[in-house]
Design a protein around this ligand. Structure first.
Ligand SMILES: [Zn+2]
Length: 372
């Protein structure tokens, strides 16, 4: 039985923030397990020229680097993405020239590392396909920017952020995802807690658990009429929350349903994946709509939360309603409505495939933790 109101909106959105910090020295955070750590670097701000001009940024990764997330954060109206991303021991994850070939110059569906550009900030997780090869070595990214609405080349200031996962966590090791759920004090916190519990059960299958988990009272923007315009305003409050991946609870996402058969969006993630850290950034968060539901039917909220977390950690849909290209994983059948990342979200969360779990566990959001 499908829940009519559990349609997932995927993502979208416009940005509001431009970052301009200078390049920092690399910093490493000990993740609590020998040989495994996550390193965050600010690679500085680059000015990408108009008229289709590009700007390249280089970086080096240590030999034990297993995965990295690269974020290009920019201004509200600009959409900046990797026109090419090459380096390391394998084939280029994002080959030069893909934008000229692609049907949609903001989405490389057939890149070895599929990516979707978003106004405000675009993040790419490498690798996000079925490979366990390392990523150590020298890298360069070629950045191109277009207007978020028209798609015309535009000049933009882009701050470049890198998070590197070093070392290998055994498949049976537990990983911690710091989660901050920010909800109005008047919201139904019992319903919210049930949703978190449902999502936690899904992620426990991947040996990932929410830790620390904060459910905090937060009075912010309550209605997201327009994803591009409103989500960055919602996410801006992340700078005032405890550290972690913020989930902002709102009353509504998108226009009100026109009738009982009209599906409403219950969730939206900042990206695939979303930025790692960068609190308050225009794509730094997940929105979850605490809309009324029919109590005689299962509540889809937990499944939606689990699904949006999947996006934010790097998972694409296994299938799309229009049949457009989807994730590069070999064990996610397009028509499998029982998968968590099917475009239509059931009230009961779908399962994760082994390759999806591998991708999730490469997210620099996750750090080792003790077994439960
Ligand atoms: Zn989705």
């Amino acid at each position: 039985m499908r829940a009519a109101r559990a349609l997932c909106s995927g993502l979208a959105a416009l940005a509001l923030a431009a970052c301009g910090e200078a390049a920092d020295a690399p910093s490493a955070a000990d993740a609590g397990a020998p040989g495994v750590e996550v390193e965050h670097r600010a690679l500085g701000t680059v000015a990408v020229g108009a008229e289709g001009a590009r700007e390249a940024v280089t970086f080096d990764l240590p030999s034990d680097a297993r995965a990295f997330a690269l974020t290009l954060q920019t201004t509200p109206t600009a959409l900046c993405l990797p026109a090419a991303l090459e380096g390391g021991p394998g084939a280029p994850p994002v080959p030069a020239g893909w934008r000229a070939r692609a049907d949609d110059a903001r989405r490389c569906a057939d890149c070895p590392n599929p990516l979707v550009g978003r106004p405000g900030a675009t993040t790419v997780l490498v690798p996000n396909g079925a490979t366990s090869a390392g990523v150590g070595g020298g890298w360069w990214v070629d950045i191109a920017c277009v207007d978020g609405e028209t798609g015309a080349p535009t000049a933009a200031e882009v701050s470049v952020h890198l998070s590197v996962l070093r070392g290998e966590a055994p498949a049976d090791a537990w990983l911690a995802l710091p989660l901050v759920v920010a909800a109005p004090p008047s919201a139904d916190h019992d319903r919210l807690q049930r949703a978190v519990d449902v999502a936690a059960e899904t992620y426990a299958a991947a040996h990932i658990r929410f830790e620390p988990l904060h459910i905090v009272a937060h009075e912010g923007v309550r209605v997201v009429d327009d994803l591009d315009r409103d989500l960055p305003t919602v996410f801006a409050d992340g700078a005032a929350l405890p550290p972690g991946l913020p989930v902002f609870v709102v009353d509504r996402i998108g226009p009100p349903p026109a009738g009982p058969a009209d599906a409403a969006s219950l969730g939206a993630a900042g990206g695939i994946p979303g930025p790692v850290g960068l609190p308050g950034g225009p794509r730094s968060g997940i929105a979850l709509a605490l809309t009324p539901y029919d109590p005689s039917k299962p509540d889809p909220l937990g499944a939606v939360l689990a699904h949006e977390l999947g996006h934010h950690l790097g998972l694409f849909h296994t299938s799309e309603p229009a049949g457009s290209p989807t994730d590069p994983l070999p064990d996610t059948a397009d028509a499998d409505g029982r998968n968590l990342m099917h475009w239509y979200v059931d009230a009961t969360p779908g399962a994760l495939s082994p390759h999806q779990i591998e991708v999730l566990r490469r997210s620099p959001w996750l750090t080792p933790t003790d077994p439960p």
